[in-house]
Write a protein that binds this ligand. Structure first.
Ligand code: ASP
Length: 349
Protein backbone atom coordinates (compact mmCIF):
# COMPACT_ATOMS: atom_id res chain seq x y z
CA UNK A 1 0.00 0.00 0.00
CA UNK A 2 2.77 2.55 0.89
CA UNK A 3 4.45 1.63 -2.42
CA UNK A 4 1.22 2.35 -4.30
CA UNK A 5 0.91 5.71 -2.57
CA UNK A 6 4.50 6.59 -3.37
CA UNK A 7 3.99 5.74 -7.06
CA UNK A 8 0.85 7.85 -7.16
CA UNK A 9 2.71 10.84 -5.69
CA UNK A 10 5.53 10.34 -8.21
CA UNK A 11 3.07 10.28 -11.13
CA UNK A 12 1.25 13.38 -9.91
CA UNK A 13 4.50 15.27 -9.43
CA UNK A 14 5.91 14.32 -12.81
CA UNK A 15 2.81 15.71 -14.53
CA UNK A 16 1.99 18.69 -12.34
CA UNK A 17 4.90 19.87 -10.16
CA UNK A 18 7.13 21.27 -12.90
CA UNK A 19 6.66 24.57 -14.69
CA UNK A 20 5.88 28.05 -13.44
CA UNK A 21 6.26 29.16 -9.88
CA UNK A 22 2.55 28.81 -9.17
CA UNK A 23 0.98 25.52 -10.14
CA UNK A 24 -2.23 25.67 -12.13
CA UNK A 25 -5.67 24.46 -11.21
CA UNK A 26 -6.06 20.76 -12.02
CA UNK A 27 -8.39 20.12 -14.94
CA UNK A 28 -10.70 17.19 -15.19
CA UNK A 29 -11.44 17.76 -18.88
CA UNK A 30 -9.40 15.71 -21.36
CA UNK A 31 -7.17 17.97 -23.49
CA UNK A 32 -8.76 19.18 -26.74
CA UNK A 33 -6.93 20.94 -29.50
CA UNK A 34 -8.87 24.17 -29.31
CA UNK A 35 -7.56 27.34 -27.71
CA UNK A 36 -8.12 31.07 -28.11
CA UNK A 37 -6.45 34.15 -26.72
CA UNK A 38 -7.11 37.88 -26.95
CA UNK A 39 -4.99 40.64 -25.44
CA UNK A 40 -5.23 44.42 -25.14
CA UNK A 41 -2.90 47.30 -24.43
CA UNK A 42 -5.50 49.95 -23.62
CA UNK A 43 -8.09 52.02 -25.42
CA UNK A 44 -8.45 55.75 -25.89
CA UNK A 45 -7.80 58.75 -28.07
CA UNK A 46 -5.23 57.11 -30.30
CA UNK A 47 -5.04 59.60 -33.14
CA UNK A 48 -4.34 57.83 -36.41
CA UNK A 49 -3.25 61.07 -38.07
CA UNK A 50 -0.61 61.98 -35.48
CA UNK A 51 0.71 58.49 -34.71
CA UNK A 52 3.95 58.08 -36.65
CA UNK A 53 4.59 54.80 -38.52
CA UNK A 54 7.48 54.14 -36.10
CA UNK A 55 5.22 54.56 -33.05
CA UNK A 56 2.54 52.38 -34.61
CA UNK A 57 5.02 49.64 -35.51
CA UNK A 58 6.56 49.66 -32.03
CA UNK A 59 3.12 49.07 -30.49
CA UNK A 60 2.24 46.37 -33.00
CA UNK A 61 5.58 44.59 -32.51
CA UNK A 62 5.06 44.49 -28.80
CA UNK A 63 1.50 43.20 -29.14
CA UNK A 64 2.66 40.52 -31.58
CA UNK A 65 5.37 39.33 -29.20
CA UNK A 66 2.99 39.30 -26.23
CA UNK A 67 0.35 37.45 -28.23
CA UNK A 68 2.87 34.90 -29.40
CA UNK A 69 4.02 34.21 -25.84
CA UNK A 70 0.43 33.50 -24.83
CA UNK A 71 -0.32 31.50 -27.97
CA UNK A 72 2.75 29.29 -27.50
CA UNK A 73 1.81 28.58 -23.90
CA UNK A 74 -1.68 27.47 -24.94
CA UNK A 75 -0.49 25.51 -27.97
CA UNK A 76 1.77 23.37 -25.80
CA UNK A 77 -1.13 22.57 -23.46
CA UNK A 78 -0.41 25.23 -20.83
CA UNK A 79 -3.19 26.74 -18.78
CA UNK A 80 -5.20 29.85 -19.61
CA UNK A 81 -4.06 31.29 -16.27
CA UNK A 82 -0.39 30.90 -17.15
CA UNK A 83 -0.95 32.27 -20.67
CA UNK A 84 -2.70 35.38 -19.29
CA UNK A 85 -0.05 35.95 -16.64
CA UNK A 86 2.80 35.55 -19.14
CA UNK A 87 1.23 38.07 -21.54
CA UNK A 88 0.49 40.62 -18.84
CA UNK A 89 3.97 40.31 -17.28
CA UNK A 90 5.52 40.95 -20.69
CA UNK A 91 3.37 44.04 -21.27
CA UNK A 92 4.03 45.29 -17.71
CA UNK A 93 7.71 45.42 -18.63
CA UNK A 94 7.07 47.37 -21.83
CA UNK A 95 7.23 51.13 -21.08
CA UNK A 96 4.86 51.89 -23.96
CA UNK A 97 1.95 50.62 -21.88
CA UNK A 98 0.37 51.98 -18.71
CA UNK A 99 1.12 49.01 -16.49
CA UNK A 100 4.30 48.20 -14.56
CA UNK A 101 7.18 50.15 -16.14
CA UNK A 102 5.58 53.10 -17.95
CA UNK A 103 2.62 53.38 -15.56
CA UNK A 104 0.99 56.81 -15.44
CA UNK A 105 1.72 59.25 -12.61
CA UNK A 106 -0.68 60.09 -9.80
CA UNK A 107 -1.45 63.73 -9.04
CA UNK A 108 1.34 63.58 -6.45
CA UNK A 109 3.90 62.42 -9.02
CA UNK A 110 4.06 58.80 -7.81
CA UNK A 111 2.79 55.48 -9.22
CA UNK A 112 0.06 53.30 -7.70
CA UNK A 113 -0.56 50.08 -9.55
CA UNK A 114 -3.64 47.83 -9.70
CA UNK A 115 -4.01 44.31 -11.11
CA UNK A 116 -6.22 41.24 -10.96
CA UNK A 117 -6.47 37.72 -12.29
CA UNK A 118 -9.34 35.22 -12.29
CA UNK A 119 -9.58 31.49 -12.86
CA UNK A 120 -12.79 30.59 -14.69
CA UNK A 121 -12.63 26.95 -13.64
CA UNK A 122 -13.27 27.61 -9.95
CA UNK A 123 -14.04 31.35 -9.70
CA UNK A 124 -10.91 31.94 -7.63
CA UNK A 125 -9.50 35.42 -8.08
CA UNK A 126 -6.67 37.57 -6.80
CA UNK A 127 -6.22 41.34 -6.93
CA UNK A 128 -3.93 44.07 -5.66
CA UNK A 129 -4.59 47.81 -5.57
CA UNK A 130 -2.36 50.80 -4.92
CA UNK A 131 0.93 48.90 -4.89
CA UNK A 132 4.05 51.03 -5.28
CA UNK A 133 7.11 48.81 -5.39
CA UNK A 134 6.06 45.59 -7.12
CA UNK A 135 7.57 45.17 -10.57
CA UNK A 136 4.87 42.76 -11.75
CA UNK A 137 1.59 43.51 -9.99
CA UNK A 138 -0.07 40.65 -11.88
CA UNK A 139 2.29 38.14 -10.22
CA UNK A 140 1.32 39.52 -6.82
CA UNK A 141 -2.39 39.30 -7.73
CA UNK A 142 -1.87 35.65 -8.63
CA UNK A 143 -0.10 35.03 -5.33
CA UNK A 144 -3.08 36.58 -3.51
CA UNK A 145 -5.32 34.11 -5.36
CA UNK A 146 -3.16 31.08 -4.70
CA UNK A 147 -1.61 31.76 -1.30
CA UNK A 148 -4.28 33.55 0.73
CA UNK A 149 -7.95 33.14 1.63
CA UNK A 150 -8.62 36.63 0.27
CA UNK A 151 -9.32 38.20 -3.09
CA UNK A 152 -7.94 41.72 -2.80
CA UNK A 153 -5.07 43.26 -0.87
CA UNK A 154 -4.43 46.99 -0.98
CA UNK A 155 -1.63 49.49 -0.27
CA UNK A 156 0.53 48.73 2.77
CA UNK A 157 -0.98 45.26 3.26
CA UNK A 158 -0.27 44.30 -0.34
CA UNK A 159 3.31 45.55 0.04
CA UNK A 160 3.79 43.47 3.18
CA UNK A 161 2.38 40.44 1.39
CA UNK A 162 4.81 41.13 -1.50
CA UNK A 163 7.69 40.90 1.00
CA UNK A 164 6.28 37.69 2.40
CA UNK A 165 5.99 35.92 -0.96
CA UNK A 166 9.20 37.42 -2.34
CA UNK A 167 8.04 38.90 -5.65
CA UNK A 168 10.45 41.27 -7.38
CA UNK A 169 10.54 44.82 -5.94
CA UNK A 170 11.68 48.12 -7.40
CA UNK A 171 11.81 51.76 -6.29
CA UNK A 172 8.63 53.67 -7.13
CA UNK A 173 10.66 55.95 -9.45
CA UNK A 174 11.67 52.86 -11.49
CA UNK A 175 8.21 53.08 -13.13
CA UNK A 176 8.91 56.68 -14.36
CA UNK A 177 9.04 57.40 -18.08
CA UNK A 178 9.40 60.79 -19.82
CA UNK A 179 6.22 60.21 -21.84
CA UNK A 180 4.07 59.71 -18.73
CA UNK A 181 5.71 62.68 -17.00
CA UNK A 182 4.78 64.86 -19.95
CA UNK A 183 1.17 63.56 -19.76
CA UNK A 184 1.03 64.43 -16.06
CA UNK A 185 2.35 67.93 -16.69
CA UNK A 186 -0.16 68.47 -19.51
CA UNK A 187 -3.02 67.17 -17.37
CA UNK A 188 -2.11 69.41 -14.42
CA UNK A 189 -1.75 72.38 -16.77
CA UNK A 190 -5.19 71.60 -18.27
CA UNK A 191 -6.69 71.60 -14.78
CA UNK A 192 -5.01 74.89 -13.86
CA UNK A 193 -6.54 76.41 -16.97
CA UNK A 194 -9.99 75.17 -15.86
CA UNK A 195 -10.54 72.36 -18.41
CA UNK A 196 -12.83 69.51 -17.42
CA UNK A 197 -10.98 66.74 -15.58
CA UNK A 198 -13.28 64.23 -17.26
CA UNK A 199 -12.16 65.06 -20.80
CA UNK A 200 -10.77 61.88 -22.41
CA UNK A 201 -7.02 61.76 -21.94
CA UNK A 202 -4.58 60.59 -24.57
CA UNK A 203 -4.41 56.82 -25.01
CA UNK A 204 -4.14 55.12 -21.69
CA UNK A 205 -2.45 51.76 -22.11
CA UNK A 206 -3.83 49.43 -19.46
CA UNK A 207 -3.01 45.83 -20.39
CA UNK A 208 -5.05 42.65 -20.25
CA UNK A 209 -5.46 39.12 -21.55
CA UNK A 210 -8.25 36.55 -21.78
CA UNK A 211 -7.78 32.93 -22.81
CA UNK A 212 -9.44 29.56 -23.30
CA UNK A 213 -6.99 26.67 -22.90
CA UNK A 214 -6.97 23.18 -24.40
CA UNK A 215 -8.42 21.81 -21.14
CA UNK A 216 -11.53 23.95 -21.61
CA UNK A 217 -10.69 26.45 -18.87
CA UNK A 218 -11.02 30.22 -19.13
CA UNK A 219 -8.96 32.93 -17.40
CA UNK A 220 -8.66 36.71 -17.44
CA UNK A 221 -5.99 39.15 -16.21
CA UNK A 222 -5.69 42.96 -16.19
CA UNK A 223 -2.96 45.33 -14.97
CA UNK A 224 -2.78 49.13 -14.91
CA UNK A 225 -1.26 52.28 -13.53
CA UNK A 226 -4.78 53.76 -13.52
CA UNK A 227 -5.61 57.24 -14.76
CA UNK A 228 -3.11 60.09 -15.17
CA UNK A 229 -3.15 62.48 -12.18
CA UNK A 230 -5.50 60.28 -10.16
CA UNK A 231 -6.05 61.25 -6.54
CA UNK A 232 -4.60 59.57 -3.44
CA UNK A 233 -5.79 56.02 -3.12
CA UNK A 234 -8.02 56.05 -6.20
CA UNK A 235 -8.75 52.48 -7.35
CA UNK A 236 -10.13 51.83 -10.81
CA UNK A 237 -11.93 48.86 -12.33
CA UNK A 238 -8.89 46.76 -13.27
CA UNK A 239 -8.55 45.04 -9.87
CA UNK A 240 -12.32 44.85 -9.32
CA UNK A 241 -13.68 41.41 -10.16
CA UNK A 242 -16.83 41.82 -12.25
CA UNK A 243 -15.90 45.35 -13.37
CA UNK A 244 -12.55 45.23 -15.23
CA UNK A 245 -11.87 41.49 -14.99
CA UNK A 246 -14.01 38.36 -14.91
CA UNK A 247 -13.78 34.68 -15.88
CA UNK A 248 -16.24 31.85 -15.51
CA UNK A 249 -16.07 28.58 -17.46
CA UNK A 250 -19.86 28.68 -17.80
CA UNK A 251 -19.73 31.80 -19.96
CA UNK A 252 -16.61 33.78 -20.82
CA UNK A 253 -13.48 35.63 -19.75
CA UNK A 254 -13.36 39.45 -19.96
CA UNK A 255 -10.71 42.14 -19.51
CA UNK A 256 -11.64 45.80 -19.88
CA UNK A 257 -9.87 49.09 -20.36
CA UNK A 258 -11.10 52.65 -20.11
CA UNK A 259 -12.71 54.99 -17.62
CA UNK A 260 -12.60 52.77 -14.56
CA UNK A 261 -15.42 54.51 -12.70
CA UNK A 262 -17.79 53.71 -15.57
CA UNK A 263 -16.71 50.07 -15.69
CA UNK A 264 -17.36 49.78 -11.95
CA UNK A 265 -20.74 51.54 -12.12
CA UNK A 266 -21.99 49.18 -14.82
CA UNK A 267 -20.11 46.05 -13.63
CA UNK A 268 -19.09 45.72 -17.26
CA UNK A 269 -17.24 42.40 -17.18
CA UNK A 270 -19.95 40.59 -15.22
CA UNK A 271 -22.69 42.20 -17.37
CA UNK A 272 -21.12 40.61 -20.42
CA UNK A 273 -21.05 37.19 -18.73
CA UNK A 274 -24.65 37.63 -17.54
CA UNK A 275 -25.85 38.53 -21.03
CA UNK A 276 -24.26 35.36 -22.37
CA UNK A 277 -25.65 33.21 -19.57
CA UNK A 278 -29.16 34.59 -19.16
CA UNK A 279 -29.97 36.24 -22.47
CA UNK A 280 -28.28 33.75 -24.72
CA UNK A 281 -26.18 36.40 -26.42
CA UNK A 282 -22.98 35.60 -28.30
CA UNK A 283 -19.73 37.04 -26.97
CA UNK A 284 -19.84 39.68 -29.69
CA UNK A 285 -23.43 40.70 -28.92
CA UNK A 286 -22.77 40.79 -25.19
CA UNK A 287 -19.61 42.89 -25.61
CA UNK A 288 -21.46 45.30 -27.90
CA UNK A 289 -24.39 45.58 -25.51
CA UNK A 290 -22.00 46.53 -22.69
CA UNK A 291 -19.68 48.86 -24.58
CA UNK A 292 -22.27 50.61 -26.74
CA UNK A 293 -25.30 50.21 -24.46
CA UNK A 294 -23.93 50.80 -20.95
CA UNK A 295 -20.75 52.87 -21.35
CA UNK A 296 -20.66 56.42 -22.69
CA UNK A 297 -18.90 57.16 -25.98
CA UNK A 298 -15.10 57.29 -25.51
CA UNK A 299 -15.18 55.30 -22.27
CA UNK A 300 -13.13 52.35 -23.49
CA UNK A 301 -13.36 48.75 -24.63
CA UNK A 302 -13.26 45.06 -23.74
CA UNK A 303 -11.80 41.80 -24.95
CA UNK A 304 -13.84 38.63 -24.47
CA UNK A 305 -13.28 34.91 -25.08
CA UNK A 306 -16.27 32.65 -24.58
CA UNK A 307 -16.32 29.03 -23.46
CA UNK A 308 -16.06 27.69 -26.99
CA UNK A 309 -13.26 30.07 -27.94
CA UNK A 310 -15.11 32.79 -29.82
CA UNK A 311 -13.36 36.14 -29.47
CA UNK A 312 -14.91 39.62 -29.30
CA UNK A 313 -12.93 42.87 -29.12
CA UNK A 314 -15.22 45.90 -28.91
CA UNK A 315 -14.43 49.55 -28.08
CA UNK A 316 -16.11 52.94 -28.34
CA UNK A 317 -12.91 55.00 -28.43
CA UNK A 318 -10.87 56.01 -31.48
CA UNK A 319 -8.76 52.91 -31.04
CA UNK A 320 -7.78 49.99 -28.85
CA UNK A 321 -4.43 48.21 -28.92
CA UNK A 322 -5.43 44.59 -29.33
CA UNK A 323 -4.52 41.21 -30.75
CA UNK A 324 -6.06 37.74 -31.03
CA UNK A 325 -4.95 34.22 -31.87
CA UNK A 326 -6.40 30.72 -31.89
CA UNK A 327 -5.67 27.09 -32.79
CA UNK A 328 -6.88 27.62 -36.38
CA UNK A 329 -3.88 29.88 -37.06
CA UNK A 330 -5.63 33.18 -36.53
CA UNK A 331 -2.96 35.68 -35.45
CA UNK A 332 -4.17 39.28 -35.76
CA UNK A 333 -3.16 42.63 -34.37
CA UNK A 334 -4.77 46.06 -34.64
CA UNK A 335 -5.15 49.53 -33.20
CA UNK A 336 -7.96 51.18 -35.17
CA UNK A 337 -10.90 49.60 -37.01
CA UNK A 338 -9.04 47.02 -39.04
CA UNK A 339 -7.26 43.98 -37.70
CA UNK A 340 -4.40 42.64 -39.80
CA UNK A 341 -3.16 39.09 -40.01
CA UNK A 342 0.44 39.10 -38.74
CA UNK A 343 3.28 36.60 -38.50
CA UNK A 344 3.83 35.01 -35.11
CA UNK A 345 7.23 36.10 -33.84
CA UNK A 346 8.09 32.56 -32.68
CA UNK A 347 11.66 31.58 -33.40
CA UNK A 348 12.74 35.14 -34.29
CA UNK A 349 12.39 36.02 -30.61
N1 ASP B 1 -9.39 51.20 -16.49
C1 ASP B 1 -8.19 51.80 -15.97
C2 ASP B 1 -8.52 52.53 -14.70
O1 ASP B 1 -9.54 53.17 -14.64
C3 ASP B 1 -7.56 52.76 -16.94
C4 ASP B 1 -7.50 52.30 -18.37
O2 ASP B 1 -7.90 51.23 -18.70
O3 ASP B 1 -7.00 53.06 -19.20
O4 ASP B 1 -7.76 52.49 -13.78
Amino acid sequence: MPLLLASLVAILCSSGCAGLQYSSTPNSNPPRRTFSIAIHGGAGVIDQATTTPEERDAFLDSLRTALDLGREELAKGGTALDACEIVVRFLEDDPQFNAGKGAVFTEAGTHELDASIMDGSNLKAGAVAGVRTVRHPIALARAVMEKTRHIMLTGEGAERFASEVGVERVENSWFDTPKRLESLQKELEKRRSGASVDAPSHYRGTVGAVALDTHGNLAAATSTGGMTAKKWGRVGDSPIIGAGTYANNKTCAVSGTGTGEQFIRHTIAKSIAANIEFRNMTAQQAAEAAVHGLLDPDDGGVIVVDRVGRIAMVFNTAGMFRAAADHHGRFEVGIWNQLTQAQPVGSSR
